[in-house]
Design a protein around this ligand. Sequence first.
Ligand code: RFL
Ligand code: PHB
Length: 389
Amino acid sequence: MRTQVAIIGAGPAGLLLGHLLLAQGVDCVVIERQTPEYVLSRIRAGVLEDVTVGLMEQLGLDARMKAEGLPHDGFNLADGERLIRIDIAGLTGRHVMVYGQTELTRDLMDAAAPRGLQVIYEATDVTLHEIESDKPSVTYVKDGAQHRVEARFIAGCDGFHGPSRQAIPASVGQAFERVYPFGWLGILADVPPCNHELIYAHHERGFALASMRSHTRSRYYVDVPLTERIEDWSDDRIWDELAIRLGPEAAAHITRGPSIEKSIAPLRSFVFEPMRHGSLLLCGDAAHIVPPTGAKGLNLAASDVHYASEALVAWFKANNNDAVGAYSRKALARVWKSERFSWSLTKLMHRFPDDGPFERRMQLAELDYIASSEAAQRSIAENYVGLPV
Ligand code: RFL
Ligand code: PHB
């Protein structure tokens, strides 16, 4: 098979890129290892920035998001005693959209066949070839048969563990990484949220987050040591821990219910440079990971895809090679700022095993400063709502 862009991975990055390219007349094929059901079963992001909402609007795929998503004008930091509200709308004139990654992915998946976006699911042994040439290709095995897709470009949208980043020779790439000594234990339950806006709580027992998917579905997290096993966390144990860490005000409004999903996700900061090598462009988690504390991962995938689609459309439709050449630099400039924000919010809101009483006081002093300073709140709001693309 021949196409212009072979996209590896049908997560949000790959599907968004596929739709954007197709809408502008660039041929592409998306190759995914898993089944659609598996992709949809991964409960991940919940908070969308303008860049992500804007791309869905541009594609005309925003109807359900506009009907069912929850625009949020603010969120809260809790320090064990009080809620510090960050008034996003008042400080930036913008808002974020609470709409699950599962729903966004479903909207993109449902629109694929009607719009003629070809997505090949359950493709195994996906391998990249000749990425340094102008005739790269991707091979995969499906139903026992080997297939080859020849393309002009490959977009590696295959997440942190996919083969695309690994196809770049070690001699040209550099990885920057920080692994955190804890993970987030998440619980999804069909109960009303304890608060109408998100609460990120810093408690001496550890971090907690109260989030949501709708007025009737809640998403909560607590941080746990990486040695913890999900089997040891009954629903009751999680609800008890949340009630303590979120503080009395929120605890009074927690509705408990059976979990419909529970999992532990490790936390990592990671950036791979460059994000383009030869005919391969990396987008989303394939190139970088942020800890979920700033709700940036999916939104960074969306901004990468925005830059990549512009660059590829310029290449094929305007005979302009400059944007492909500038892709890595442009994407990384935004990536590093989101990395910084996610890392600093993670440091502020979590207890690290090596921290002593001094570090704890520093965190409390910073929270107290944020509570009292509009300048500090504005800086947080500006980053949380999303930096310009
Ligand atoms: P994905 O979603 O990992 O999709 C990659 C796709 O590639 C496929 N793949 C392969 N396909 C073919 N061949 C192979 N060999 C392949 N290997 C892998 C995979 O099956 C998959 O379908 O990456 P993408 O598209 O870059 O999207 C990134 C986002 O998923 C991720 O950044 C966010 O979920 C991060 N994140 C959050 N981001 C936000 O913007 N806001 C949030 O509120 C937020 N909360 C979160 C999060 C991530 C979390 N976890 C579990 C990591 C909360 C959590 C708990
Ligand atoms: C979520 O709802 O899953 C969520 C919200 C905000 C974050 C991370 C995850 O920062």
